[in-house]
Design a protein around this ligand. Sequence first.
Ligand code: HEC
Ligand code: HEC
Length: 393
Amino acid sequence: MRTTVQLGLALCVGLVACRPGDVAGTDAAPIMLAPGDPVWGLTGAQRNLFGRGRLVFNREFTPETGLGPLFNSTSCAECHEAPLAGGRGDEIEVHATAYDPAGDVCDDLAGQGGPVIQQQATPALQAALGITQEPFPPGAARAFRATPTVFGRGLLDAVPEAEILSRADPDDRDGDGISGRPNRTADGRVGRFGRKANFATLREFNAGAFLAEQGITNPEQPAEGTIGGAAIPPGVDPVADPEIDQATLDQADAFVRFLAAPSPLRGGDNERHGSDLFSQIGCAACHVPTLRTGPSPIAALSNKQFAAYSDLLLHDMGPDLADICLGLATPAEFRTEPLIALRFATHFLHDGRATTLDQALAQHGGEAAGARDRFKALSPADSAALIMFLKSL
Ligand code: HEC
Ligand code: HEC
C-alpha cells in the first residue's frame, strides 16, 4: 500500500498538478483519493512542500536533535501511522485537567504540566530527576486519548466559523434533543481541533503537537514545557531553542494541511441503504455528511465540498464517556468525531475503548441516546447495512 501510494505521488511530483484523469481514468469520473494522497489541485510548489513536510512528519527526533526532555513519542508518524503517515495509531495518551462544576470553570493545569502528561523522559532527565515520565498532577481528573487520523484536517480548518455556528443549537430550540455548541479559545475564537475542539486552527495544533508530543520547541512554541510545573534541571536539554526552524514547521504544517480526506469506497445497494438509514435515525444530525470550505488562499482548499461527517460542535455524550473538561467543554462534551477514513479504524471513541462499531454506537449516550436507541431497534438487515456503510467511509 505504502509503495503504491508513494509511487503514484512520485509520478505527479514535478507536474504542475495531477489531472483528475491521472487518478481516476477519465476527466469526467469523480476523483478517487487514496489515504495519504494530497488534496487535488495543488500547485507544483505546494506538492513539493507536501513531500518535504512528510519527511518532517516521519522524522525520528533524538535528544541530540531536540527531543524531550519530556515527550510522548519520537515522531508524528510514530503515532499517526495507519494505514500510513497521517493515519490513526494505537498510542493512547494521558491528559489531565481540573473541573469545578459549581462555577463551570475548567483549569487546564498548565502550571502543573497539563493538559498533556508526557509518558517518556530522555536519559538525561531520568538521570537528573530519577523519573521516567511527567508526574501526574495531584487531584486532577485523568483522561485517555487515542490517536486520531489527521486526514482531511486542512479541509476542516478551511470551513468558515459561520458554517459551524449555523448548526449550533445550545438551548435545543428545535426540540430534537440535540443541542450542539461550539468550544471557544480564551480569546473567543471557535474551536475545532482536538477531541474536545479546544484549538481554533490547524496551525496552532501542529505547532503545539511538536512541543507537547515530542518536546520540540519551534518558532510558534518557543519555550520548553515544565516538568509538572517545575523548571527543567540545568544541562538536560542542551539543544538551543527553537529546536526546529520556521521552514521545517511550515513544511510539517503543509503536509498535514494538504492531506486529503480519502474518498469513501463506492458501495452497492446495501451501503446506499445504510447511508439513508444514517440520516433517517438521526446520526447525520451531528455527523453532518458534507461540509464546505470557504474562500482560501490555497486554491485546492477553496470552496470545496467534502465528506466530513461532523458538525465540529460539542455534544453532551452522557456520563459513561465523560472524562475531563477542556476550554468550555465539560467532562461529558466531545466534538462530533469526523468519520473520515473510518474504514481504517480498529478501535473507536476518544480513548479507543470500543473495538467494534457496534460497541462504539452502544456507548453513544446523552444527546446521542435517541439515535443510539433507533439504531438498536433496527432489523438485523438494516443494522448490517448501516455498519457496511460506516465501513465504506
Ligand atoms: C504520542 C502520539 C502522538 C504524536 C507523537 C503526535 N500525535 Fe497528533 N494526536 C495524538 C492524539 C492522542 C490526538 C488527540 C488529542 C486530543 O484530542 O486531545 C492527536 C491529535 C492531532 C491533531 C488533531 C486532529 C483532530 O481531529 O482534531 C493533529 C492535527 C495532530 N495530532 C497533528 C500531529 C502532528 C503534526 C504531530 C507531530 C508534530 C503529532 N500530531 C504527533 C497523538 C499523537
Ligand atoms: C449528538 C451527536 C451525535 C449523534 C446523534 C451521533 N453521534 Fe456518533 N459521535 C458523536 C461524538 C461526540 C463522538 C465522539 C465520542 C467520543 O470520542 O467519545 C462520536 C463518535 C462516533 C463514532 C466513533 C468514531 C471514531 O473514529 O472513533 C462512530 C463510528 C459514530 N459516532 C457513529 C455514529 C452513528 C452511526 C450514529 C447514529 C446511530 C451516531 N454516531 C450518532 C456524536 C454523535
